[in-house]
Design a protein around this ligand. Structure first.
Ligand code: FAD
Length: 403
């Protein structure tokens, strides 16, 4: 059967939060954008996860006009606390440190993705192919051709100046282009769940380090919080399978008195964690963003924030190139994006790996050194402020939303 050919400037493979953020950053340009998503839209939005989202992500969402829709359904935290098991030296950060209204917010996957999707409605330059499978990509000197197979739209070829891989950690776009990665799988998995807590106070996000791995507690709306609890694989699996009351008892011992009694809402899930960095983020007519390019340990809640920053940086690079009349898929243009983001992401990948290794450890000299580190950090404001700015996305080159 003859295949139809459709022309675009940018073809984004992957309609998760990072891919859709990129489309939203480009929506007001005259670029023609295709978004190819393998799963039906209602399935993509259903992921049960809330993310710690940085002030930078908040500012970008504001510039994209989606912040109000997200803010009305998200918890905002005004304080962050870091602590080591039951050691008294707690490092506290507050919104006064940065003179902001809050230090971050907990964005639920569904809320963030639906708000971004809604912001694309009415833009004729954006077209969805969903659900659609990419069956092949051919990179040519002047264009890339993406072969799609879709139950609803049939088999078709679309072509564009640039293909963007926003298709997550197992990215077929990255693998198909032969881009190798470096990194490792951790010996740990994360158990995630949402709990309702007895204590009414709900504006503190805390990261509590245990010898088995860090535990992140992220305040949601209505006295609920998201738990991301790192443990060795077998222990994480065991925690998932414990009867709910036994699990909660165990959890309460680890969250401490701060939250009071807990009630489990919904299922527990287990995710193995990895560190990964693509050897390249770009090739001729190809760019990678988000988890397709890099993954990090969830400690400190950085992964998605890095991906959103990639999307905004790539959009800024493309818009500036278009204004100069340059080919959007040329290596010269795309290298600007890679130089901007690859090194900055590596800093955060290294920081999260360092935190996890330093704290997931029961060797006494290491415990002593890290506890001294917490005491010094708690008392030495410049160090505390540096760490806070790094975690909230205030360090490095700041992307802007251009139209
Ligand atoms: C337990 C845990 C907790 C975390 N907590 C945080 C946190 O608090 N803060 C934070 O910033 N980050 C956090 N992260 C990291 C965060 O989840 C990821 O960085 C983020 O989801 C990556 O988004 P993405 O859009 O790049 O990829 P994904 O969310 O994986 O989206 C990829 C999309 O591409 C689609 N797709 C895949 N293959 C194809 C294909 N061949 N064709 C078309 N479409 C395709 C998929 O269906 C999907 O919709 C956490 C991670 C874990 C595991």
């Amino acid at each position: 059967m003859e295949k139809s050919h459709l022309g675009f400037d940018v073809i984004i493979v992957g309609g998760g939060i990072v891919g859709v953020t990129l489309a939203a950053c480009l929506k007001q340009t005259d670029l023609r954008i295709a978004i190819v998503e393998a799963q039906p839209l209602d399935v993509v939005t259903q992921r049960q996860r809330a993310y710690a989202m940085s002030l930078l992500s908040q500012r970008l969402f504001q510039e994209l006009g989606v912040w109000e829709a997200i803010a009305s359904r998200s918890g905002k935290y005004r304080n962050i606390q870091l602590s080591d098991e039951n050691f008294s030296g707690v490092v506290k950060f507050s919104r006064q440190d940065l003179k902001t209204d809050f230090l971050g917010f907990s964005g639920q996957h569904q809320v963030v993705l639906e708000s971004l999707q809604a912001s694309l409605r009415g833009y004729d330059n954006i077209r969805w192919f969903c659900p659609a499978q990419v069956t092949a990509i051919h990179y040519q000197s002047d264009q890339a051709i993406v072969e799609l197979s879709s139950e609803t739209q049939g088999n078709l070829n679309i072509q564009g100046a640039l293909v963007v891989g926003a298709d997550g950690p197992r990215s077929l776009v990255r693998q198909g282009a032969g881009i190798k990665t470096r990194g490792w799988k951790y010996w740990q998995s994360c158990v995630t769940c949402v709990v309702e807590h007895e204590a009414p106070r709900n504006d503190v996000a805390f990261e509590r380090f245990w010898g088995t791995g860090p535990m992140g507690v992220l305040p949601l709306t209505e006295n609920r919080c998201q738990i991301v609890w790192t443990n060795p694989h077998a222990e994480a699996q065991r925690l998932k399978e414990l009867p709910p009351d036994v699990f909660l008892e165990h959890l309460e011992q680890h969250t401490g008195p701060q939250l009071g009694r807990l009630k489990l809402l919904g299922d527990r899930q287990v995710f193995p964690v990895q560190l990964m960095q693509g050897d390249r983020y770009v090739d001729q007519r190809l760019a990678l963003v988000g988890d397709a390019a890099h993954c990090c340990h969830p400690v400190g809640g950085q992964g998605l924030n890095l991906g959103i920053r990639d999307a905004a940086a790539l959009a800024q690079t493309l818009i500036e190139a278009q204004q100069r009349g340059q080919d959007l898929g040329s290596l010269a243009v795309l290298k600007r994006y890679e130089r901007w983001r690859k090194r900055e992401n590596l800093v955060i990948l290294g920081f999260t790996d360092f935190l996890n290794r330093l704290f997931s450890n029961r060797i006494w000299p290491v415990v002593w050194v890290r506890r001294m580190g917490l005491v010094i950090m708690a008392k030495f404001s410049p160090l505390r402020l540096f760490a806070l700015k790094l975690m909230t996305g205030q360090k490095g080159r700041q992307p802007r939303i251009l139209a």
